[in-house]
Design a protein around this ligand. Sequence first.
Ligand code: 4FD
Length: 246
Amino acid sequence: MKFDILTIFPEIFDAILGSSIIGRAQEKGLVSVDAHNIRDFSKDKHKKTDDYPYGGGNGLVMLAQPIYDAYRSIVKELDYKPHFIYMSPQGKPLDQKLVEDLSKHEHIILLCGHYEGVDERILEELVDEEISIGDYVLTGGELPAMVLVDAISRTIPGVLSNEESYEEESHKDGLLEYPQYTRPADFMGKQVPEVLLSGHHANITKWRRLQALRRTKARRPDMYEQLELTSEDKKLLKNNDDEVKE
Ligand code: 4FD
C-alpha cells in the first residue's frame, strides 16, 4: 500500500509514522508513506500557498496551482490514477467499513487542507472521495490523514503481529470489545472475574459475548439496533438479565 500526502507540514508525518508499527511496516516494505510539501510547488516569490477568498469573508483559501503541480509530480510517471482523498469536515464519516474498502486501493493520495479549505476547482478536478474523521474541526487535515493511514495500514496482512492481531476486535462484527484483564488477579482489592480464571473455555467465550452485547447496548445503542442477535445471544441475555451492572 502506497500513500502520498500533499501537505504544507511534511515533517510531522516523518516523525509520527516513522516510528512504531507503521514504521516497522514501512521497513518491511508493506506500506510506504511519502509526504510532499505543497510549498515546493508554489510559483510565488514568497512561496505563498493560499490567498483571500473571492467574494470576501474570513480566512484564506489554499491555491489550486501548487496543489495541482504537486499532484502532477506524483502521477507523471504512473500509468494508472491513484485514489485521491481530501480530508475535510464536509466529508463522508470514516468508519471501519470505509477503512476496509479503502484498503483495497494499491495507491492513495491524501490532500491535507488548511485555513478555510481548498479552491473548489481542485476538488472537482482531482478528488475521488472527501472523508471526515468526525464531527469536529481541526486546524489542518494532517492529523485526519495520519488517522486514515494508520487505520488502513493495520488492516494490511503482515503489518500487525499475531499478538496485535486484527481478528476478533472492536467493530469487526458490529460489537464493542469485551473487558480485558491481566495479572495480578487482585488489584487494590478488585478481583478479575472468576470465570476468566476457571479455565473453562466455553464459559469464557459465553461470558465475553455477553459482556460485549451488554456494553454495546449501554454505550452504543445505535450499533446495538443494527445487530442481528442469534438465538444463542438471546438465550445468553435472557439467562443473565438479573445481574445487569452497566
Ligand atoms: N473532521 C477534519 C478534516 C480537516 C480539518 C480543513 C476545510 C478545514 C477536521 C477543509 C476546513 C479542511 C475532519 C482542515 N478538520 N481541518 O476529518
